[in-house]
Design a protein around this ligand. Structure first.
Ligand code: UD1
Length: 375
């Protein structure tokens, strides 16, 4: 029996851990799972809604760390996680993704000689200005089992000198959640609520510090959005960080004057899935959404200079457009004037171009890898 502490902290963690914990709960003879929520994200819209939508059990332990500078947030997670690990003495600590909670909990576990499994290991943007890239590099260095979503990640780890025996290609667990919830999401009435059902619309998400904390960059993106919104309404669920910057830079008034650029509160998992799955175009700086749009064949423009998920470009629907106004506008025009990729994909034969092992069965492979690495 393996006792596993599964760590969640921020919004992009919940959909990765939910299928893993669900699979562990089905294999009761092999796994005793615990869920620890650091509380890095704590709002109802950023956290509670995801537990409800994803059927994630309420956390066994809640660390209530809240917001802070990177150092302060990482330090408080470490201080509060250490006694939990000492008390529970798990066989494994499982961390996912690249948020501050991921690195903080991995570091605590490594110092206590508890084995660490990192889900979504090996992704690299090669941009060390991104806090997530630092979290990825360091978490991978100290993890015992590196569970990768795509083969480029295996190559990255090898190039960093990580032993082959620590690496397992298991596929993308985000897609497990996506496929498991498509049917339930179809019951969401978010498109009707927003008045876009059956009509063309775009969806936007934006929260990277490099985009929203830099006023000039944010302004360039906003110029592009105003142009695109003349062709198609843009629905924009606004992350709390972005909301704060919009107010600080006095962009909110400018947006309010444009009824085709519609700011809404962050959505839960099912409503958001329903919304972007019907979009003509997604514009984003999120990592997870690049993958989810690829899985569903929805065209995606990534408003960054790089991606740690190159397979979404080579095999998927993602285009890296950066933050230049004209480049964003041109790419959006081209995209809106070509047939939707999922229609093309249906013509070509279903799922023909999905990346390998993005099949909805990654969680059981993660469990098998944990068992194999425990012998
Ligand atoms: C974090 C992750 C990022 C991920 C994103 C998804 C790191 C380094 N970054 O960034 O990889 O893509 O989550 O959302 O871990 N806030 C609230 N309510 C909340 C959470 C945050 O109001 O529930 C506000 C706070 O003012 C906070 C700010 O949002 O200062 C940013 O939150 P933080 O957790 O520091 O980073 P994110 O930008 O959300």
């Amino acid at each position: 029996m393996l006792k596993v502490i599964n760590v969640v902290g921020a919004r992009p963690n919940f959909m990765k851990v939910a299928p893993i914990v669900a699979a562990m709960r089905q294999r009761v003879d092999e796994f005793a799972p615990l869920v620890v929520h650091t509380g890095q994200h704590y709002d109802a819209a950023m956290s509670d809604a995801f537990f409800r939508d994803l059927g994630l059990p309420q956390p066994d332990v809640y660390l209530n760390v809240g917001s802070g500078s990177h150092a302060a947030q990482t330090a408080v997670v470490m201080q509060r996680f250490e006694p939990v690990v000492m008390e529970e003495k798990p066989d494994w600590v499982l961390v996912v993704g690249d948020v501050n909670s991921t690195l903080a909990c991995a570091l605590v576990s490594a110092k206590l000689h508890i084995k660490i499994a990192h889900v979504e290991a090996g992704l690299r943007s090669r941009d060390r200005n991104m806090p997530e890239e630092i979290n990825r590099l360091l978490t991978d260095q100290i993890s015992d089992l590196l569970l990768t979503p795509s083969m480029d990640a295996n190559e990255n780890l090898r190039a960093e000198g990580i032993a082959e025996t620590r690496i397992r290609f298991v596929g993308n667990v985000t897609i497990d959640s996506l496929l498991a919830h498509l049917t339930r999401a179809a019951n969401s009435i978010i498109r009707e609520d927003l008045g876009v059902a059956g009509k063309p619309y775009a969806v936007l998400t934006l929260h990277r510090p490099s985009n929203v904390d830099e006023q000039a960059t944010f302004a360039r993106i906003l110029d592009a959005l105003e142009d695109i919104s003349q062709s198609v309404p843009i629905i924009f669920p606004v992350h709390p960080r972005t909301r704060a910057r919009l107010n600080e830079y006095h962009f909110a008034e400018r947006i309010e004057r444009n009824e085709n650029l519609r700011l809404i509160e962050p959505l839960g998992y099912l409503d958001f899935l329903r919304l972007y799955s019907g979009a003509s175009l997604v514009l984003t700086d999120s990592g997870g959404l690049q993958e989810e749009t690829t899985a569903l064949g929805v065209p995606c423009l990534t408003l960054r200079e790089n991606t740690e998920r190159p397979v979404t470009v080579t095999m998927g629907t993602n285009i890296i457009v950066g933050t230049d106004t004209e480049k964003i506008v041109q790419a959006a025009r081209r995209s809106l004037h070509s047939p939707r990729n999922n229609e093309l994909r249906q013509l070509a034969g279903a799922d023909a171009t999905l990346p390998p092992l993005w099949d909805g069965h990654t969680a059981p492979r993660i469990l098998d890898a944990l068992i194999a690495a425990s012998i």
